[in-house]
Design a protein. Structure first.
Length: 134
């Protein structure tokens, strides 16, 4: 019977949970603020991990940049705590990246909502024009 997920995916999923807990409880840097771990991509040899984060209410590029810089500065501390929490031979080197998929998803959703609303307005105005002609 084949495994449903590869080991890298399972380790990445567990690492996402552990890093989220560490950021919530242990990292006291005010530049980080309310960071949410949205995903982790692992290399096949489990030596490198790319951690995708989003920040609550921080949509300005400058605040995002300082938050990512603060996380990168704290990556050694996070690795130590991660090593204590997970049983891995080698704790991966962490790289933090901003995940703008949530922001892009909200933007796309707003665009679709606006188009649907305008289409409904256009239909209602055209149907009222047809009623006047009759």
């Amino acid at each position: 019977m084949a495994k449903e997920y590869s080991r890298t995916q399972r380790v990445a999923q567990e690492m996402q949970k552990e890093i989220a807990i560490i950021l919530q409880r242990e990292v006291k840097d005010p530049r980080v603020g309310m960071a949410t771990v949205s995903g982790v991509e692992m290399s096949r040899d489990l030596a490198y991990a790319k951690v995708f984060v989003t920040f609550l209410n921080d949509n300005e590029p400058e605040q995002v940049k300082t938050g990512i810089k603060a996380l990168q500065d704290a990556s050694g501390f996070i690795r130590v705590l991660l090593g204590k929490a997970m049983r891995l031979r080698v704790v991966p080197e962490l790289t933090f990246s901003y995940d703008n998929s949530l922001v892009e998803g909200m933007r796309m959703s707003n665009l679709v909502t606006n188009v649907v609303r305008k289409d409904a307005e256009r239909r209602s105005s055209s149907s009222s024009d047809e009623d006047r002609e009759e």
